[in-house]
Ligand binder design. Structure first.
Ligand code: BGC
Length: 568
């Protein structure tokens, strides 16, 4: 069943890729049928990312209120209307309008489809299933390139083809249920149970369904009933997730992918493929490598983990982009070959990693309460930069040349390596509720690991048991005295000591300080005694400083204490 869910949501991805890619080949015949000014051309091309920007803005709130399923059905209708509209135009402004509508549908679908999949999928398969969505995008792009090639001048048919997956999306979603997590959050527990049972192919009364439903419900308990607001995304506890989700899309787009997807024929021409048809063939080649390497990425994503795969992708794209840049900056024929190989390597490195990972991770890093809003923000970063890169690429080529532009893209990918190590958590195989508990614990987000979520470092945890509970209070009080938030924290000292003791990582740090400092003998603690543990403990305290009393109470009742996310 879950595969059907992924396949259906994947239709949304096909539509995304198709509407992105189709304009490249349609432009030629359209020029024969209408007089098209450069402004018209820019508008037509940019209408999809522009519409998607609106779609993504709209979708966050609407997916909370009306549900994931309803939004995907709405997108299906809009995709169909847009495709039919584009095929029937009698003036060129109508095409821009139709593509704007298609863009809105793309924007909605690009946010809701990964959300729908990730909320339905079991943790161990979540990565690969959301990656199905990226595979669908690449298939959509390839289909569009093939339609361009096969249909020749029949541009009306090219646009009309997009209606088929639109209809299929609507009809398919009509027969599906919404996600158990959304239904549960709306208080529709009976339906949530039925949806879960159907996903797993188990009877609704099965004990495993009870357990999963309890976990979902428990994660929902800490949420208040009101609708989340945009500014909550910037709250200190949520910010690390926002940085990861938006940062990954920013880097994905700044790696220059759409400069290649939209302008591959131009780039090939620079590299020495002179005829139009060899350029188109080479473009189709790019489309095929994109699809195949996405499949390889899917096989790796839940196995080698998100962080490692991202790092590999950024290294690969940085190297290959440098090859293209060097090839393009020099006149030598042999370096044109280097540039062409670089282009193929670039698509391969992108597809195996940077293509799917931002989609996968944006659907898993946010706490449930702000998940759809957060994903809206992330896809906004995607569309905003997509638009900017595609729009500016021709201008930039004219000013700093192809070599210069690709050097900038290479720099962005180098930054990506640093970003991955510094900010990105390892979420592979970790249940969404555990990711959420880790995030809200205030511990550095990038330290999340499947093992730390499952079992804290056993030896350290055992050693830290040597720290007697009653000693923690005095030590924590001494530490808090050095903290900038001491005035708000002091009244809560007993509670903080409890939370610190229940948190393996903090307790381990406390034990180390206890052992390494003179506090046990003298009763005084110098700021320098905190040394290496300061960052961890400060973040823990900062979180408590910002947390509401209700939150502190609820983490206790739920058993998930800050930094000990697996307790429930
Ligand atoms: C990106 C698109 C891009 C596509 C290429 C997606 O992940 O968001 O902008 O065109 O990958 O395969």
């Amino acid at each position: 069943m879950i595969y059907l869910v992924a396949a259906l949501a994947g239709l949304a991805g096909i539509l995304f890729g198709f509407d992105e890619g189709i304009i490249a080949g349609a432009l030629g015949p359209l020029r024969g049928a209408f007089t098209i000014s450069p402004l018209d051309e820019g508008l037509m091309t940019a209408a999809v990312p522009l519409g998607a920007l609106f779609g993504a803005m709209l979708a966050g709130r609407a997916a909370e209120r009306y549900g994931r399923r309803a939004m995907l059905m709405a997108a299906g209708i809009l995709f169909t209307l847009g495709a039919v509209g584009a095929s029937m135009i009698t003036a060129i402004w109508m095409l821009s309008a139709a593509r704007l509508a298609l863009g809105v549908a793309v924007g909605i679908a690009a946010m809701v489809a990964p959300l729908y999949i990730s909320e339905s999928a079991p943790p161990a398969k979540r990565g690969v299933l959301v990656a199905v969505y990226q595979l669908a995008i690449t298939l959509g792009i390839l289909l569009a390139y093939l339609a361009n090639f096969g249909l020749g001048d029949a541009w009306r048919s090219m646009f009309l083809l997009g209606a088929l997956p639109g209809i299929a999306l609507f009809v398919g979603m009509f027969f599906m249920r919404d996600t158990p997590r959304w239904l549960q959050a709306r208080g529709r527990t009976g339906e949530a149970r039925a949806a879960l049972a159907r996903l797993h192919g188990l009877p609704p009364s099965d004990a495993r369904i009870d357990a999963e439903l309890a976990q979902i419900a428990q994660a929902g308990q800490t949420e208040s009933r009101d609708v989340a607001r945009w500014r909550e995304l910037a709250a200190p506890a949520v910010r690390p997730a926002l940085i990861v989700a938006m940062g990954l899309f920013l880097l994905q787009q700044l790696s220059g992918i759409n400069a290649v997807i939209y302008y591959a024929p131009t780039v090939f021409k620079e590299a020495g493929f002179d005829s139009h048809s060899t350029g188109l063939m080479a473009t189709i080649g790019i489309g095929i490598v994109n699809v195949l390497m996405t499949v390889v990425g899917m096989l790796l994503i839940d196995r080698i983990g998100r962080r490692r795969l991202l790092a590999v992708g950024f290294v690969g794209t940085a190297v290959s982009l440098s090859m293209i840049s060097i090839g393009a900056m020099t006149e030598s024929q042999s370096l044109d070959v280097v540039a062409t190989i670089g282009l193929v390597l670039y698509i391969a490195a992108f597809a195996v990693s940077l293509g799917a990972l931002p989609w996968v991770m944006m659907a898993e890093v946010f706490p449930r309460r702000v998940r759809s809003l957060g994903m809206s923000a992330a896809t906004l970063a995607n569309w905003g930069l997509n638009f900017l890169v595609v729009f500016l690429f021709p201008v930039l080529i004219a000013t700093i040349g192809l070599g210069g532009v690709f050097a900038v893209f290479a720099l962005a990918c180098l930054t990506g390596i640093w970003f991955t190590l510094r900010y990105v958590p390892e979420t592979s195989g970790v249940p969404l509720e555990v990711i959420e508990a880790h995030l809200l614990s205030g511990l550095p987000f990038h330290q999340l690991r499947p093992e730390s979520a499952g079992r804290p470092n056993a030896a350290a945890a055992e050693a830290s048991l040597a720290l007697p509970r009653e000693k923690t209070g005095a030590l924590v009080a001494a530490i808090v005295m050095h903290n900038p938030y001491r005035s708000t924290l002091t009244p809560m000292l007993p509670r903080i000591a409890e939370l610190a003791y229940e948190n393996h990582q903090i307790r381990t740090a406390l034990y180390a300080i206890w052992q390494d400092s003179a506090f046990a003998r003298t009763g005084t603690l110098r700021a320098s005694d905190l040394s290496a543990h300061k960052g961890t403990i400060w973040r823990f305290l900062e979180h408590i400083h910002y947390a509401s009393p209700e939150f502190l109470a609820s983490v206790r009742e739920g058993g998930a204490t800050p930094g000990n996310p697996n307790a429930h």
